[in-house]
Design a binder for this molecule. Structure first.
Ligand code: NOJ
Length: 945
């Protein structure tokens, strides 16, 4: 036992430091090595051939609460026995439609008591309150008025009925639940458990039509044989024979939940991060299912369904007419099988190790509708500090105060803007979080104040593992706020500091104590210090599959098994709340980076894609990974530029910065063993290319910030997949190497291949202006078309789609803070009718003053290539917050419109006043410029030209 412990520890340590190519994937289970995954795959196969039905609604139990608009009933699971009476298990079922978020919600639970032999320290019930973590505390769970009637199935649907109802007889009677507001009908079959969902009178989803519902009910090892259905396998029900998790005590025995969801007429499904895989999810029928299980995967495998650091169990099925979002609210180890069938449908099978079934279905005309509703329930993404949208300079590690200040001044000398510098692990005294290494950082306040003077922020790493035997871990242990082992004693495992214990942020007391540590750590009055929660899956070098043993115990008797995927979120949310509280006298917003995340993480944190490698494949993969997170409400994400592990070649560095500048979170980071690579160290031409990329990011900050603001209102994507912007073009669904920036109309295809100097981009019909010089290409016809675009090393293929107006700030400054008093440039990209529009949002970028109305929100438009207009939607309630509001330049792209009638001057009207300004034509004849038009973003005006 002891020997195997050290072998695992050594293996994982080696894995963290090795320089080879990929994750040691034998550390992670395959489905066939995971008891509950394999059992459910076997069950799926067997039940579809036996066609036996074991789950039925108990008709006598059906009740409809007329005031809460909630249907309740019992599902009965019957285990037929010839020797004794059938065993009947009661599974309470609820269904309603949430009014605010338009979600159809149903739950299936189990009434159970602790059977003999179960660990008495654990809550006997299934964990059924994950929603308290995942849902925004502000979200309303009020159900909407729905009607319920007992009727026959919709006759006109019989054709799909025969095709899709694979198992059981057609129900002759159903319960029909109607939500007239949204034109939703839900049919609940009465002769088996099955739900069919219709939107706009078309069936979009059927649940359990393949009969894969499986809830492994409570039983003991002794009477297990009576409780097993003929279609079930008993593989690893009470023991785990996987090499690294043999010690799992599995106190409740088998307790998985599984269900199938079939999306009708949907041939594309997306979402369920985090995986290093394509945006469009793959068919897993002859392969591994997608797995959601938060783990530390140094140099993770690419094009893989293996689990990663974060988990958001939200899947989109989209076609050009509508979108269905399925949110499987479960934080246990989860596997998802996907099959695109020959009839144009997508069949999915969801399997979780424990917990209850709590499902939310979102129906919308577009993916954006679904995302809006999902984020109404789980929370809108945080509006970040404007500075945190700038460039972040990180490495493992900046060694001491002098090193930090040298990087700061060298960046400055090289004319490269940045906002955040980072301190990784080694700034601590002996890897003891909430301390600073005394010789290297003797005076943190001095360092932070100096950085603040220079307009910079500092982020430092604080992980949830705490080295044993120092004051912080002593408090955690003594106050009873450490995660416990299966005997109820403080759990000890290995991480960076060696022997460590873990803070339990799953309950109020743990949160209060964690908050207290930050209070003592942050120098009084400092607000440019921010936190990075790393290793919070949690990563445990000595643990099974690099993480926590599943039988650990959290507050209130919750087993790690059931809460695993949400633990990391409880850590970072507690950290965020602590920092918010500390900054509250100055009303400043904290910035927080987390590695582990779950549904709801967007309310407080940014995330990144973890330990990638400095090679072209990881650069390519960073795009679909960021896109996937963006469509599930977690948009503030990026990948380590220019690859964490290894030493990138110059061309890769250039291309990675040209890609990274579009990540919502733009941070360079490097492994401790890599050669120093701060951008001022590069040779020409790379140094200029990198500088230009970072400067382009800064000039577009007004556009980025506006996108973040919109996302904080509607949950929308910032790095947005093609299909998300144009769902009516199904050819775009598989495209995951080009994307839009929010709603700005900026369309980018970074180069992610070595020695590639042209690229094929796809466009829908319209006109597109090159972001650099506004020369246009036009796509005629009705279909998606591709064009070859030049991409020499210094060039990023990027366009503004006709119909949009974007805003820039063009003067070089050292950091975003210093741009606050700079004027704006607006760029108009007319569509083929000469129309365009664009939004701009501005506030002070750092406080919560916007909640008091201290912001400007404005809408620019261009009509028929003649009149530009600004309509202020909201003018700031105070004068100071928004800084300079002057527009210094107006640029109008003209390739798409007739220019014969364009005058030499433009007439500008502000209220009743009028003045004229000269119009200049560019040397390349592609655009007009109006300089110094004497207009502002926060007043209404028109420009006629
Ligand atoms: C793992 C993180 O993924 C990486 O970014 C960090 O540098 C190391 N931990 C050290 O803290």
């Amino acid at each position: 036992m002891l020997l195997s412990y050290w072998i695992i520890t050594l293996t994982v340590w080696l894995c963290q430091f090795r320089q080879t190519t990929a994750f040691t994937d034998y550390l992670l289970k395959k489905c066939s090595q995971s008891g509950f995954c394999q059992r459910n795959r076997d069950y799926a196969k067997n039940i579809q051939s036996s066609k036996n039905i074991y789950y039925r609604i108990d008709e006598s139990s059906i009740a409809f609460n007329e005031t809460a608009y909630t249907l309740t009933a019992n599902i009965l699971k019957t285990i037929p026995r010839s020797d004794i009476d059938d065993i009947i298990i009661t599974l309470p079922f609820t269904l309603n439609v949430l009014n605010e978020s338009n979600a159809i919600r149903f739950t299936i639970d189990e009434q159970r008591n602790s059977p003999d032999g179960t660990n008495k320290l654990l809550q006997p019930e299934r964990f059924n309150s994950l929603w308290k973590w995942a849902f925004d505390p502000k979200a309303s769970l009020q159900a909407r008025e729905i009607s319920m009637s007992r009727t026959t199935p919709v006759i006109s649907q019989r054709s799909w009925f025969d095709t899709f109802f694979h198992i059981g007889e057609d129900p002759s009677e159903i319960l029909l639940i109607e939500d007239k507001t949204k034109n939703i009908k839900i049919e609940l079959a009465l002769n088996k458990f099955e739900i069919r969902v219709f939107h706009h009178d078309e069936i979009v989803l059927s649940i359990n039509d393949r009969n894969l519902l499986n809830l492994e009910h409570q039983r003991s090892i002794e009477n297990n044989f009576q409780n097993v259905l003929p279609e079930e396998s008993t593989f690893n029900m009470f023991a785990d024979d996987f090499e690294y998790s043999k010690d799992d005590t599995i106190p409740f025995g088998p307790e998985s939940v599984a269900l199938d969801f079939n999306f009708h007429n949907f041939q594309n499904v997306f979402g369920i991060p985090e995986h290093a895989d394509s945006l469009r999810l793959k068919d897993t029928i002859d392969d591994e299912p997608y797995r959601l299980f938060n783990v530390d995967v140094f140099e993770y495998n690419l094009d893989s369904r293996m689990p990663m650091y974060g988990a958001i169990p939200l899947m989109f099925a989209a076609n050009k007419k509508q979108t269905v979002g399925t949110f499987w609210l479960n934080a246990a180890d989860t596997w998802i099988d996907i099959h695109y069938d020959d009839m144009g449908n997508t069949q999915t099978h969801w399997i979780s190790e424990s917990g209850n079934i709590d499902v939310l279905i979102f129906l919308g005309d577009t993916p954006a509708d679904v995302l809006q509703d999902y984020t109404t329930l789980t929370g809108k993404p945080v509006l970040p500090l404007l500075s945190s949208l700038g460039y972040h300079q990180c490495r493992w590690n900046y060694n001491d105060e002098l090193d930090v200040l040298t990087v700061e001044s060298e960046m400055d000398k090289a004319g490269i803007p940045f906002d955040f510098i980072w301190l990784d692990l080694e700034y601590t005294d002996n890897k003891q979080y909430f301390t600073w290494k005394p010789d290297s950082f003797p005076n943190p306040r001095r360092l932070l104040s100096k950085l603040a003077e220079l307009g910079r922020h500092l982020t430092v790493l604080i992980d949830p593992h705490l080295k044993v035997d120092y004051n912080i871990s002593d408090i955690v242990a003594h106050e009873g706020v450490a995660v416990q082992n299966n005997k109820g004693r403080v759990y000890e495992g290995h991480c960076w500091p060696g022997a460590s214990i873990w803070i339990d942020t799953m309950f109020a007391k743990g949160q209060t104590i964690w908050a207290r540590f930050f209070k003592d750590f942050v120098p009084h009055g400092i607000t440019n210090l921010h936190i990075w929660n790393d290793m919070n899956e949690p990563s445990i070098f000595s643990g099974p599959e690099t993480t926590a043993p599943k039988d650990l115990i959290h507050a209130d008797g919750l087993e790690e098994r059931s809460i695993h995927n949400v633990y990391g979120m409880t850590v970072h949310e507690t950290t965020y709340n602590s920092m918010k509280e500390i900054f509250s006298p100055q009303d400043k917003r904290p910035f927080l980076l987390t590695r582990s995340f779950f549904a709801g993480s967007q309310r407080s944190a940014a995330a990144w894609t973890g330990d990638n490698q400095a090679n072209w494949d990881y650069l390519r993969m960073s795009i679909p990974m960021c896109l996937t997170n963006n469509i599930v409400g977690m948009p503030f994400i990026g990948a380590d530029v220019a690859g964490f592990e290894g030493n990138p070649e110059p061309e890769l560095i250039a291309r990675w910065y040209q890609t990274g500048l579009w990540y919502p979170f733009f941070r360079a980071h490097a492994h401790i063993d890599s050669i120093r690579r701060e951008p001022y160290l590069f040779q020409e031409p790379i140094s200029t290319i990198v500088k230009d990329a970072i400067r382009l990011r800064y000039s577009l900050l007004p556009t980025f910030y506006t996108s973040f603001k919109m996302s904080s209102i509607n949950g929308g994507a910032i790095m947005k997949p093609m299909f998300f912007e144009k769902p009516q073009y199904e050819d775009l669904y598989p495209v995951d190497n080009q994307f839009y920036l929010g709603d700005s109309g900026i369309l980018v295809k970074p180069i992610t291949t070595k020695d590639q100097f042209t690229t094929e981009m796809v466009f829908v019909p319209g006109i597109y202006y090159d972001l650099d010089n506004l020369t246009a290409i036009t796509i005629n016809g009705k279909d998606v078309a591709s064009r070859t675009i030049d991409a020499p090393l210094e060039k990023i293929p990027a366009f503004i789609e006709g119909g949009h107006i974007i805003t820039r700030r063009d003067r070089y400054r050292r950091s975003s803070k210093l741009m606050h008093h700079d004027p704006y440039t607006i760029i108009l990209a007319p569509d083929l009718n000469g129309n365009a529009s664009g939004r701009l949002y501005v506030d002070d970028g750092e406080t919560f003053g916007y909640e008091k109305g201290n912001f400007v929100d404005t809408q620019f438009s261009l009509s028929e290539g003649k009149i530009i207009q600004n309509e202020v939607l909201h003018a700031s309630n105070d004068d100071k917050s928004v800084g300079n509001t002057k527009i210094e330049t107006v640029i109008i792209a003209i390739d798409g419109m007739p220019t014969d009638n364009i005058q030499e001057t433009a007439t500008i009207k502000i209220g009743s006043k009028e003045h004229t300004v000269a119009i200049e034509k560019s040397d390349n004849d592609h655009y007009l410029t109006i300089k110094n038009p004497l207009i502002r973003i926060d007043e209404n005006w028109t420009i006629a030209f």
